[in-house]
Design a protein around this ligand. Structure first.
Ligand code: OGA
Ligand code: MN
Length: 212
């Protein structure tokens, strides 16, 4: 049995493992891991700046549904726009992000025997009015997505801004506001979820830890 730790810690704490424990312990407790300030403020700000630059340069693409072999764009289901992070961009902030994820995966694999062997992450932008209807994150023809991980890049988010992530458990639902630096972590095959309509541009990094 893992020890539970408090989920609040100093913003500039270097105690990476505290951040990781917070996410993992809350995942074990509630099927949904939550860590405030998983991304520190400077990293969140840099990634947000990257995302805004990509958006202004019209590099974001409408997100599809399904994987490469079965990709459809249906803006009745989802209307977010994405751009994949890639080490080949040689962007210092993307690289810092990948370093953080590499650390997290090593920690997760060594403490929970999860056997994660890879990952993929994209920048995501929901324009005003955008949403993503109820869905699972695992594809029918490819089960490699083991865990979903979303990190938000929205400073000053207000309740009236909408855009909550709504997660459906068997006997209740859980709504999560997309506040800056927060990370959400859950098993991709297990929990149906949706992004409620946003009333402000809603920015995040979204990805999946993969196995097999
Ligand atoms: C997704 C997703 C949730 C969120 O991109 O698959 O469910 O809060 N995102 O952005
Ligand atoms: Mn999803």
């Amino acid at each position: 049995m893992r020890l539970l730790v408090l989920c609040q810690f100093p913003l500039h704490s270097n105690l990476l493992h505290t951040r990781f424990d917070c996410l993992i312990d809350s995942y074990i407790e509630n099927k949904v891991g939550l860590a405030e300030n998983f991304l520190n403020e400077p990293l969140a700000a840099h990634l947000k700046e990257n995302l805004i630059t990509l958006y202004s340069g019209q590099h974001l693409l409408p997100a599809g549904i399904g994987n490469n072999t079965l990709l459809v764009h249906d803006n009745l289901i989802r209307s977010d726009k994405i751009f994949w992070l890639d080490p080949r961009h040689n962007d210092p902030h993307e690289n810092a992000f990948f370093e953080l994820i590499d650390h997290f995966i090593r920690y997760l694999n060594s403490t929970c025997y999860t056997g994660i062997t890879g990952y993929e992450f994209h920048y995501t932008l929901y324009e005003k009015g955008a949403f993503y209807k109820k869905h699972f994150d695992q594809f029918r023809n490819n089960k490699s997505r083991a865990f979903s991980m979303i990190m938000y890049l929205n400073t000053g988010w207000q309740e009236a801004d909408g855009g909550e992530l709504c997660i459906y458990h068997s006997d209740h639902s859980q709504t999560i506001a997309p506040r800056n630096g927060k990370c959400v972590f859950f098993k991709s095959s297990e929990l149906e979820h949706e992004v409620l309509q946003t009333h402000q541009p809603r920015l995040s990094i979204t990805g999946w830890l993969k196995s097999g």
